[in-house]
Design a protein around this ligand. Structure first.
Ligand SMILES: N[C@@H](CCC(=O)N[C@@H](CS)C(=O)NCC(=O)O)C(=O)O
Length: 227
């Protein structure tokens, strides 16, 4: 039985959940405690025991324990190859990994300054102003990332030849940009259409709905910009 330690608003855990669901794999999910004031502290004792980075996601499968969403998803794709979520050729696989890295490491840098918006506002007015000023700069960076993604998609249905782990990672990053009040997708037709299409897939739709529910329960409300 596959077990996944996940978090209600964990972008990286939700990447793994989408991959598991796209593959139709049954799994037991253990949701670790999270709140918008202390984050993941105090940490779930099993996460501390299983992951030296003390982070979610952690996946256990028949005695194998893995951490890091990218490592986990590549394992899942090799161990459970149907349907495949990595492309066939070495060149396409390398491109897929770079696209995933673009989401997880490059776009993530521009997401971080928006994250204060879902936390209780600081009582210090100057701090609130400084945080929001940084968030507005990050929004411009995110809009430039959208343009890069628009060019990469070039009207195609997915970032590769078929749905891949790159689509999952990029989807989660764009979803987080939107839920954190980041720039709307209008003006980026191919990207907006790709995002809307993925949202209709049951695996993605369930994660979107659960994140919205977790936000209603846990997050400070964010003024969302349309589209
Ligand atoms: N590169 C890791 C990042 C994992 C990560 O940042 N997890 C967050 C939740 S999304 C976490 O557990 N944060 C708590 C901490 O870092 O202490 C991955 O892809 O899994």
């Amino acid at each position: 039985m596959i077990t996944l330690h996940s978090g209600p608003l964990s972008l990286f855990s939700r990447k793994v959940e989408i991959a598991l669901k796209e593959k139709g794999l049954a799994f037991q999910r253990i949701m670790v405690p999270f709140n918008q004031t202390t984050g993941y502290d105090p940490k779930h004792p099993e996460v501390i025991a299983l992951n030296p980075k003390r982070q979610v996601p952690v996946l256990s499968d028949c005695g194998l324990v893995l951490y890091d969403s990218t490592v986990i998803n590549e394992y899942l794709d090799e161990a459970y190859p149907e349907p495949k979520l990595m492309p066939d050729s070495p060149v396409e696989r390398a491109r897929c990994r770079l696209d995933e890295l673009y989401a997880d490491e490059i776009m993530l840098q521009a997401l971080r300054p928006l994250m204060h918006r879902t936390s209780p506002p600081s009582p210090d007015r100057d701090r609130r102003i400084a945080l929001e000023a940084d968030a507005l700069i990050a929004e411009d960076t995110l809009a430039r990332h959208y343009e890069v993604l628009e060019q990469k998609l070039a009207g195609r249905e997915f970032f590769g030849g078929r749905l891949s782990l790159a689509d999952i990672a990029l989807f989660m990053t764009v979803l987080f940009a939107r839920r954190l009040g980041g720039p709307p997708l209008d003006g980026h037709e191919a990207l907006a259409a790709w995002f809307a299409r993925l949202k209709l897939r049951p695996a993605f739709a369930q994660v979107v709905a659960e994140i919205a529910e977790a936000d209603r329960r846990l997050s400070f409300p964010v003024k969302l910009r349309s589209a």
